[in-house]
Design a protein. Structure first.
Length: 253
């Protein structure tokens, strides 16, 4: 198992959030799983090309040259595109990372963007030199366990918080929409992501810090939405309801 290391991020709202950093062990497991998937995919593509190439060559003199070019291009896309597309559109995870229960996030604690996914994987070629010796050395030396691609893209790899499902997030049954419900559409995406990040990571916070963070964020959002204190049964319940309503209105998922 990886040694327990945590990254503490202070949000612009002065809320401290902790993320357990992924080390060499879990990242190596994820890479091994992903590499096996890539090898299987490469084998299937090779067999398919080997099956159709003789027929193409019989009717097209330069077919073999084009087949070789396509194989090289396909290999590049499979190697680079696999990690980039999965991390960009699968919430910072590849199948291997999901298996190892880790994910990539920005070093500000926000979800990884498409541009960050592209940047961190452009450097994968360098990190993978010497059977990933360069990347391993960077992870060991860096305080945030980052390889070169992470340093360039401004990303970190963290362990998944268990039970990160909507059923676990929300403590009670869904109630009727409150009178202030329509006002949530005025929230910015940054404000919603602050709420979501807290709800995702609150179990990692010490009880006192969790209560303080919930109170600070709740008061900020309540002021923004003009929600009086009597309409907020508890800070966390209020934030849960705001997140529910925001998702319903914007269909953000």
């Amino acid at each position: 198992m990886d040694p327990i290391e945590k990254l503490t991020i202070e949000t612009p709202e002065q809320i401290a959030l902790e993320f357990p950093l992924a080390g060499l062990g879990s990242r190596a497991l994820a890479l091994l799983f992903d590499t096996l998937i890539q090898l299987v995919a490469s084998l299937l593509i090779f067999l398919a090309v080997a099956f159709i190439e003789p027929d193409l060559s019989a009717h097209w003199i330069t077919a073999s040259n084009w087949v070789i070019a396509l194989e090289v291009f396909g290999g590049f896309c499979l190697y680079w595109g696999y990690f980039t597309l999965f991390e960009a559109f699968w919430n910072g995870q590849t199948p291997g990372k999901r298996h190892a229960k880790i994910r990539v996030i920005s070093d500000s604690g926000r979800p990884i963007t498409v541009f960050e996914a592209i940047a961190r994987n452009l450097l994968r070629v360098v990190d993978s030199l010497g059977a990933y010796l360069i990347g391993c050395m960077a992870i060991v030396i860096d305080k945030r366990n980052r390889r070169l691609g992470d340093m360039v893209a401004g990303t970190v790899v963290v362990h998944e918080v268990e039970r990160q499902s909507e059923q676990y997030w929300y403590s009670g049954e869904r109630a009727d929409a409150p009178a202030w419900g329509q006002a949530v559409i005025t929230l910015t995406m940054a404000e919603f992501q602050l709420i979501e990040t807290f709800l995702n990571r609150r179990l990692d916070l010490p009880p006192e810090r969790r209560q303080q963070a919930a109170k600070e964020i709740s008061e900020r959002i309540a002021t923004r939405l003009s929600v009086p204190a009597p309409q907020r049964p508890s800070d966390e319940t209020f934030l849960e309801e705001v997140a529910r309503l925001f998702r319903d209105h914007s269909r953000y998922r």
